[in-house]
Design a protein around this ligand. Structure first.
Ligand code: PAF
Length: 278
């Protein structure tokens, strides 16, 4: 399996592909079934697939969060190999991606970048866009696959791509869940077994809000009540917003594609999730 560490080697391999179906799956490694579903889809829809594995320091606003982020390169390579041996992997060092030091470029992301994760994690989306821009520039993918678990990230990247006239198609892929409903995330491995089992209540509560077609106030009350029954889970935010602009909606019935967003922290592990309400 082709494993690349250097941008020059990646660019030279890239230059030999002249078609228009090069698929890219950007990841920070510690791959789970959610990532593997993106890679499988990219493989089905592309002639050539590149998976990037890079824990991007500039999108972590807290050093201890970066330090404890899980890494498992050997296992990741094996899991990608299981899908198809010819998938290219790019796993650079931080020095390779940031030769001039770990700085994110300030991006104009509009309101999309300032709420929810952007508000709680200042600078996070500057870091995300900085690395996505560097990777896109080097690889020039025709299509790039992102999971809907990081829905806000997806919208921020779409907006950035549109504003900058980036030619890469941004493809959104559905959330993959554990058996109890917990959205798959590399961070789930940091949870204790008890917390991981208990965390299923988040999705079950979101589903209840969706299925009962509750109004916004009732959604917020239902979520807050559910969290008060699970006191080790801190509710960091809950928001009903329209998918496209992430603006809070007043009336879920007349709203255009309303979605419910939640962030929680349990034993220092941040979890986010979302669900379409209609
Ligand atoms: O979603 C992620 O894993 C990261 O934010 C991304 C898009 C790979 C950028 O580092």
């Amino acid at each position: 399996m082709p494993l690349y560490r250097k941008l020059d080697a990646l660019k030279s391999a890239r230059s030999s592909y002249k078609g228009n179906a090069l698929g890219m799956v950007p990841t920070m490694g510690a791959l789970h079934q959610g990532h593997l579903s993106l890679i499988s889809r990219a493989k089905r829809e592309s002639d050539v697939v590149w998976v990037t594995i890079f824990v991007n320091p500039t999108q972590f606003e807290k050093k201890d969060d970066l330090d404890k982020y899980p890494e498992s390169l050997e296992a990741d390579i094996a899991a990608i190999h299981e899908i198809k041996a010819d998938i290219n992997i790019f796993a650079p060092t931080a020095k390779e991606m940031y030769p001039e030091g770990l700085e994110a470029k300030v991006q104009t992301l509009g309101g999309l970048g300032n709420l929810m994760e952007g508000a709680d994690r200042p600078g996070h989306y500057n870091g995300v866009i900085t690395i996505v821009a560097k990777l896109f520039e080097a690889l020039q993918p025709n299509q790039a696959y992102f999971g809907e678990k990081d829905f806000q990230q997806l919208q921020v990247i779409k907006k950035w791509g549109k504003d900058r006239h980036i030619q890469t198609r941004i493809i959104a892929c559905p959330i993959v869940r554990e058996a109890n409903g917990l959205a798959m995330s590399s961070r789930n491995t940091q949870l204790s077994t008890e917390d991981r089992n208990e965390a299923g209540f988040i999705y079950q509560t979101m589903l209840k809000c969706k299925n009962k077609l509750l109004d916004k106030a009732a959604v917020y009350t239902t979520i807050k009540e559910a969290f008060s029954a699970h006191p080790n889970f801190d509710l960091l935010y809950v928001l009903c917003a329209e998918e496209d602009n992430l603006k809070e909606v007043d009336d879920l019935v007349s709203a255009n594609k309303p979605r419910l967003f939640i962030a929680t922290s349990v034993a220092g592990v941040r979890l986010i999730d979302n669900i379409a309400l209609k």
